[in-house]
Design a protein around this ligand. Sequence first.
Ligand code: PLP
Length: 397
Amino acid sequence: MTIDYESQRNWDPQTQAVRGATVRSQFDETNEAIFLNSGYVYKSAEEAEGAFNQDIDRFVYSRFGNPTVTMFEQRLALIEGADQCKAMGSGMAAVFAALASHLSAGDRLVASRALFGSCQYICEDLLPRFGVTTELIDGRNLEEWERALSKPANAVFLESPSNPGLEIIDIPAVCELAHNAGALVFVDNVFATPELQKPLEFGADVVIYSATKHIDGQGRCLGGAVLGTQSFIEDVVTPFIRHTGPALSPFNAWVLLKGLETLSLRVDRHCNSAMSIATHLSKKSGINRLLYPELESHPQHDLAMRQMTRGGTVVAFELEGGKERAFAFLNKLRIIDISNNLGDAKSLICHPATTTHQKLSDEDKERVGIRPGFVRLSVGLESEDDLIADLDQALAN
Ligand SMILES: *Cc1c(COP(=O)(O)O)cnc(C)c1O
């Protein structure tokens, strides 16, 4: 258990991704071991007592600590450049644990309106039941942030780029306003991945991932993570998860740990193909509004390129002809699958208005650009040429 994390912090992220935080057992295995177990044994009653009063640093119970889960947490913390990380069973468990462990009745939360559906439920429905006041605003508009943060607040929650409209939020500017209002900034960084955007460098306090997406990236398991300062993770998040139990399975942690090894290679390939596909689609007729942050036509292209190294893995566009045309297009695709997941090796497409964002009112859909012809394409790792050919044949009448 003696890892020299400080020297590993100086490694290049790709070396961290392959070797960071590896702990070998007494069998000297090459690959990280799966410790698929719930409990641990003590050599003596005294050792058990010491473990429980935290005089002895050791694993006690897998609800709050497991060697394989710890390897995943420490490796992701190294890559993200965060002090510490806590893993959870899903991205939503991570979002909820991060916010609920920090907020109390009477607190104020300000969030951007363009959120993943379940994040919106937590902010708008669930937390208010426990006495938190939530204000949702247009995250693209700095004046709205200024107005909302002219009063004291306790937390700011945002997603950039947003799902599915690929809206970009000025993270450094919002962090400054939030800190002046007394709030911690929580960034759901799923769409950017640890490869393309580092919110902590822009002043954010907490970064949250659904590891289900690009970190696994191969459609195998759910997982989530919360990253932040040592005091936030140890004093705020850890007691919350220790006593409420959103633990990540050691098996899933192992899958995600292996996912980290190839994350940067995969994200690079996803981005190259997404850029080619977006460029190709931008020349086609029948498409009204094509959104890809790396294309100059994206309304917030300059901001996106200040914060992100690439445009991301998702391309969104609106087909002329509304829902009927969008459904016909989806149904004609032969390679690209219809699925609400994203960040996968397989290219996946969805119609947000009738699936992921079905529950939004028509007014809210319009506000975040989810119109009847709007589709979201998560570009996979197949041949770019095959994907373009598939899109072309499905677009042809
Ligand atoms: C998928 C997703 C989540 C939720 O993650 P799960 O692992 O599915 O629970 C949260 N935020 C964003 C932006 C997502 O895309």
